[in-house]
Design a protein around this ligand. Structure first.
Ligand SMILES: Nc1ncnc2c1ncn2[C@@H]1O[C@H](COP(=O)(O)OP(=O)(O)O)[C@@H](O)[C@H]1O
Ligand SMILES: [Mg+2]
Length: 265
């Protein structure tokens, strides 16, 4: 490991955006690209409608962390007594599955209650997200549901960057416009838009013209037929546009997030 990387805190990325825009696809490809570059990658599926595992090519049952009721009770307490800072450091190790060198953790449904529910599952999952950022020297990339409402302030502050995926259409831009002030409010790190299924200069222009003020376009990925069924066995190589996007992201985030060289085996 290079001296400059020592003690570097993990880089945590969250990916949000309207349903169907390509969040899961982007997460899977960024995870694969980072892994290829020597990052230790933990991909977290935080969308209750989880399909990151399948997209990464994993076949087989996965028990989402949210269903580990006993563990949640043990760590986070019961409804009447909720530990604010449950122990979570060993949870990823026990619960990830590995697919193509990428560790994958499926959270399952984070239950939400009106007025900021403090249910134990929430406490545990939030602590987990926070911990993954603060203590680990690795890339954590989180596939979120459309919005970011369930991220508390404490969790959000561990997130280095939020990528809001948009398609060149007004509906996904509307969702982006709703996400941005929320991200600001909870103190989420850097926020960028990523265009997906962007066909040519006209689409790109449309995006730039219609992005909410303050939300910059980090980069765009074209419509690529081979990405339509990314989950098929022997998934296609990571497209050059994703490689470029990852490089641009690291550059924009600054030198402390330089990828580590691959660990010698
Ligand atoms: N750049 C792309 N080119 C072609 N198809 C894409 C692209 N990005 C995503 N898709 C396809 O669009 C659909 C929705 O993508 P997905 O990643 O599941 O979206 P989300 O997670 O935001 O709901 C999937 O069928 C996926 O394969
Ligand atoms: Mg998805």
């Amino acid at each position: 490991m290079q001296a400059a990387d020592q003690g570097r805190k993990g880089l945590k990325l969250a990916v949000a955006g309207k349903g169907g825009v390509g969040k899961t696809t982007l997460v899977a490809l960024l995870a694969r690209e980072a892994h290829a570059r020597g990052w230790r990658v933990l991909a977290v599926d935080a969308d209750p409608d989880a399909n990151l595992a399948t997209t990464l090519g994993y076949r087989g049952p996965i028990r989402p962390l949210a269903e580990e009721e006993e563990l949640i009770r043990e760590r986070a307490g019961s409804q009447g007594f909720v530990a604010l800072n449950p122990r979570v450091d060993d949870i990823p190790e026990r619960h990830w599955v590995e697919v193509g060198g990428i560790r994958l953790l499926v959270l399952g449904g984070i239950r939400r209650g009106g007025g900021g529910c403090a249910c134990p599952a929430n406490a545990l999952l939030r602590a987990l997200l926070r911990h993954l950022v603060l203590d680990r020297d690795e890339l954590v990339v989180v596939d979120m549901e459309a919005g970011i409402e369930h991220l508390g302030r404490a969790t959000a502050q561990g997130v280095d960057a939020l990528l809001v995926v948009v398609e060149p259409d007004l509906r996904s831009l509307e969702t982006a416009a709703r996400i941005l002030p929320l991200a600001r409010e909870i103190g989420l790190g850097r926020v960028w838009a990523v265009g997906n299924k962007v066909e040519g200069a006209e689409d790109e222009e449309f995006l730039r013209e219609n992005l909410p003020p303050g939300l910059d376009l980090l980069g765009s990925v074209p419509y690529l037929p081979e990405l339509r069924r990314l989950e098929k066995v022997g998934s296609p190589p990571v497209p050059p546009q994703i490689k470029a996007l990852f490089s641009r992201l690291l550059q924009a985030l600054g030198p402390h997030t330089a990828p580590k060289p691959p660990t010698p085996s």
